[in-house]
Design a protein around this ligand. Structure first.
Ligand code: AP5
Length: 211
């Protein structure tokens, strides 16, 4: 199964993708994670991406295209969840070409609907483990007592000014892709509010219908 998990920053895409990895054997392909890893390792891609990510802007399309297509090919073109890709019309058009060229059509674009006030709460209280990359939320999913608190930090792009820019970029460049996938008959909108389990249950229902 080939799924796009879509939605604004902080909608819960990564949280849900990781649950789907363990429960349904789908692999998360998260361009944000790939880019952050490249930044940490100071690869050429990481060095190019750094200034964009720090401001909350999108990394240039051609850079992200290569990362996403390589990751899909590594997965043999099947059983994956795209988390954070595509994010522009250009990326969506390239992905459609890539699907056709590799006979690997996307089955659904599941869009998590979450209001801005909930997003701001989720991102301001998100914490990430420096080594494992595991994500926590200070209220809803706090780090367990045996996790060293010095290892659990706020993402640089979760600071309020950067979050505001990321939300603006989402509204201007990414949200219009809902229409693109609606026209292809692939868009499924899901209520992204409520508990992590509630949202997971809604997504599972959609995937059960597709199977
Ligand atoms: P990326 O890492 O993809 O960031 P994002 O899309 O902004 O998404 P987030 O990781 O912030 O949020 P999420 O939806 O995964 O939420 P999460 O599950 O963590 O991208 C970062 C940057 O990389 C971009 O700004 C850009 O510069 C670059 N980039 C990446 N892809 C690109 C592309 N295709 N093109 C160009 N540039 C690109 O949840 C958030 C918090 O809420 C967590 O604390 C979690 O525990 C909590 N939570 C989740 N669900 C619930 C719930 N139901 N109830 C309560 N709390 C919840």
């Amino acid at each position: 199964m080939r799924i796009i998990l879509f939605g604004p920053p902080g909608a819960g895409k990564g949280t849900q993708a990781r649950l789907l990895e363990s429960n349904r054997g789908l692999e998360q392909i998260a361009t944000g994670n790939i880019i952050r890893s490249a930044m940490k390792n100071e690869t050429p891609v990481g060095l190019e991406a750094k200034s964009y990510v720090e401001k909350g802007d999108l990394v240039p399309d051609k850079v992200v295209r290569k990362l996403a297509e390589n990751a899909i090919a590594d997965r043999d073109y099947d059983d994956f969840i795209l988390d954070g890709y595509p994010r522009t019309t250009q990326q969506a058009e390239w992905l459609t070409e890539f699907e056709e060229a590799n006979d690997a059509p996307i089955h659904a674009c599941i869009s998590l609907q979450v209001p801005d006030d909930v997003i701001v709460d989720r991102l301001s209280k998100r914490r990430v483990h420096k080594e494992t990359g595991k994500t926590y939320h200070l209220d809803h999913d706090p780090p367990p007592a045996d996790v060293d608190s010095d290892m659990v930090v706020q993402r640089d792009d979760d600071k309020p000014a950067t979050v505001r820019n990321r939300l603006n970029v989402y509204r201007e460049e990414t949200e219009p892709l809902e229409d693109y996938y609606d026209r292809r008959g692939l868009l499924v909108k899901i209520d992204g509010t409520g508990s992590i389990d509630d949202v997971h249950h809604r997504i599972n229902n959609v995937l059960d219908d597709l199977a």
